[in-house]
Design a protein around this ligand. Structure first.
Ligand SMILES: *[C@@H]1O[C@H](CO)[C@@H](O)[C@H](O)[C@H]1NC(C)=O
Ligand SMILES: *[C@@H]1O[C@H](CO)[C@@H](O)[C@H](O)[C@H]1NC(C)=O
Ligand SMILES: *[C@@H]1O[C@H](CO)[C@@H](O)[C@H](O)[C@H]1NC(C)=O
Ligand SMILES: *[C@@H]1O[C@H](CO)[C@@H](O)[C@H](O)[C@H]1NC(C)=O
Ligand SMILES: *[C@@H]1O[C@H](CO)[C@@H](O)[C@H](O)[C@H]1NC(C)=O
Ligand SMILES: *[C@@H]1O[C@H](CO)[C@@H](O)[C@H](O)[C@H]1NC(C)=O
Length: 503
């Protein structure tokens, strides 16, 4: 018996000592919500990552729009620190200033310095690869192998930068469907990996489920009877909301509802190719003996709405459906089938990856490493994070289509097929603070519009944010406003200093 125990102990020690630096796979979808059923079609992903790892129930983006949220993911910073304010070059999206400053502090640069073989495939930042910002020849620092989509998400007819050389794709499903091209490139990257290779980081950034919502042909007719969910704030105006919501049409016209339902189904269909990719990658890692030492993260850059508060189809709003996203993680030391209710953010990816790879959270980053949450080694009696910001700058005078009443009014995304309801405007510019500390669960927002309009929700009673209580709760309002004024000026460690576990 004693001998067996000694051998067992020796074995454990040798396993522990040979524990390699982990590999990390990061799958980032585009515009995938979690509030209105965005994870439902991903059966295999939920089983292979969620059931074999941890599902975060309170994962938020700090800005609900593609390029600024991605800038937060790469830099680990709030928008007020990375200054990518919208999806345009003028707004800091992949522009020269970004390339000269923020891009050099992004997490892949740290991982590469720490000895990781880093691979990227898919959508990077909305303006990436455009001639105005250096064209396809610009390969962001930190990536050993680069397959970057030029421009915004599409499924066919696009150009990739393959290590700085243009590769054009047409509209043949078998060779050009972007989700599948990302999938194939990922398999090629894994091709020569063994458990003796240096550790790798692989980021796969899919066009699904962004517009134009083109599913693979085999999935074109799935979910024929699915509709956008009718619960909560669907097709209502709510009480006392800001100007942009007031201009929506309630009840929505029948053709708008038909459009919204169609978009909802097409979003789900595009995600089925992502689900196939996840399954194949998990199987490939398993076959190579790499799975046990590989973290797999699954998340999205922002949420989405389909008819909530009668806003047809978009993101950019301060409400739960646009700011909540999925986060599933499996990997070494992560308990299978666990659920976690801590508040976690898109600015936590950078700190987490760097720490899991054996480094220290860089001073430049505002977010917090999730490593102790993943490994369940933190003191659970103290919340991980009790306060955080959402920051959004409204876009102006774009995509007015033929809605002439909105020409030069500072409005944006006013589709004529939704009766010219606008989804954004210059004055949909806001900062929100969320305080959720086990006692309170409040959201307070202030707009930079002509009225400094305010909205406040008690999410513990009003999850669907139907009732604005900013005017009726002056005491809570002023406490949250104080906390918000501190956080909007935070930088690095000071963004974390109000968190109980770091004080
Ligand atoms: C990019 O270049 C690196 C270094 O030469 C190489 O290892 C990698 O395979 C290349 N990636 C692609 C997608 O061709
Ligand atoms: C791709 O481009 C071709 C040729 O211009 C066009 O016929 C096709 O409709 C386009 N397909 C998509 C999905 O954009
Ligand atoms: C690596 O894989 C080989 C072949 O599958 C196996 O014999 C070896 O034990 C593995 N080493 C580690 C450290 O897992
Ligand atoms: C809209 O749809 C509802 C429910 O199907 C129906 O009762 C109503 O008549 C329709 N309205 C129009 C204008 O077609
Ligand atoms: C993007 O942000 C920049 C900088 O604030 C601004 O000049 C530009 O008008 C914005 N673009 C849109 C479409 O709102
Ligand atoms: C918001 O902007 C629109 C369009 O410019 C304008 O009509 C509206 O009065 C503004 N509302 C507020 C509160 O600033």
């Amino acid at each position: 018996m004693k001998l067996t125990a000694a051998i067992f102990l020796l074995l454990m020690v040798s396993v522990y000592c040979s524990a390699q630096t982990p590999n990390i796979v990061f799958i980032l979808t585009d515009d995938q919500d979690t509030e209105i059923g965005g994870m439902t079609p991903l059966e295999k992903t939920k089983r292979l990552i969620g059931d074999n790892g941890i599902t975060f129930l309170n994962m938020f983006v700090t800005t609900p729009i593609c390029c600024p949220s991605r800038a937060s993911i790469f830099t680990g910073k709030y928008q007020h620190n990375h200054r990518t304010l919208n999806n345009t070059v003028d707004g800091g999206c992949s522009n020269t200033a970004w390339q000269q400053t923020e891009e050099h502090q992004a997490f892949p640069v740290h991982l590469q310095t720490q000895g990781y073989d880093t691979f990227f495939a898919g959508k990077y930042l909305n303006q990436y690869g455009m001639d105005t910002v250096g064209g396809v020849g610009h390969v962001p620092p930190g990536w050993s192998s680069w397959v970057g989509l030029v421009g915004n998400s599409v499924y066919y007819n696009y150009t990739l930068s393959v290590n700085g050389t243009a590769e054009t794709h047409g509209h043949d499903y078998t060779s050009d469907y972007l989700t599948d091209v990302i999938h194939k490139r990922a398999k090629e990257f894994l091709g020569d990996k063994t458990n003796d290779s240096s550790p790798f980081f692989m980021m796969l950034s899919t066009p699904a489920c962004h517009d134009p919502w083109e599913p693979a042909p085999q999935y074109e007719n799935n979910f024929p009877d699915i509709q956008a969910p009718r619960f909560g704030s669907f097709n209502t105006h709510g009480k006392g909301k800001h100007w942009l919501i007031q201009q929506a049409i309630t009840p929505m016209d029948n053709d708008t509802i038909a459009f919204v339902d169609d978009v909802y189904r097409r979003r789900w269909r595009t995600l089925l190719s992502v689900d196939d990719m996840v399954e194949d990658l998990v199987n490939t890692l398993d076959a190579k003996g790499l799975l046990a030492n590989t973290f797999i993260f699954f998340s999205s850059d922002n949420g989405y709405h389909t008819g909530q508060f009668s806003m047809p189809t978009d993101k950019r709003l301060l409400y739960e459906f646009d700011v909540r996203v999925p986060l599933l993680v499996r990997g070494p030391g992560v308990a299978a089938g666990s659920k976690n209710e801590e508040n976690v953010l898109n600015i936590d990816f950078g700190p987490t990856f760097v720490e899991l790879a054996g480094g220290h959270v860089p001073d430049t980053m505002d977010g917090m490493s999730l490593a102790s949450v993943l490994h369940n080694t933190r003191d659970d009696s103290v919340p991980f994070r009790t306060e955080f910001l959402t920051e959004y700058q409204g876009e102006t005078n774009i995509n007015i289509f033929s809605c002439s009443q909105w020409e030069n009014q500072g409005m944006a995304y006013c589709p004529v097929w939704a009766h010219c309801v606008c989804e954004d405007s210059w004055n949909n510019t806001y900062t929100c603070i969320r305080r959720s500390d086990g006692e309170q669960n409040m959201k307070f927002c202030q707009f930079a519009d002509s009225e400094s309009f305010e909205e406040m929700y008690d999410l513990s009673r009003d999850h669907y944010e139907l009732m604005n209580i900013a005017k009726s709760h002056p005491e809570e309002r002023s406490q949250l406003l104080d906390a918000m004024s501190r956080l909007v000026a935070c930088n690095g460690a000071s963004c974390r200093s109000s968190q109980a576990n770091l004080s």
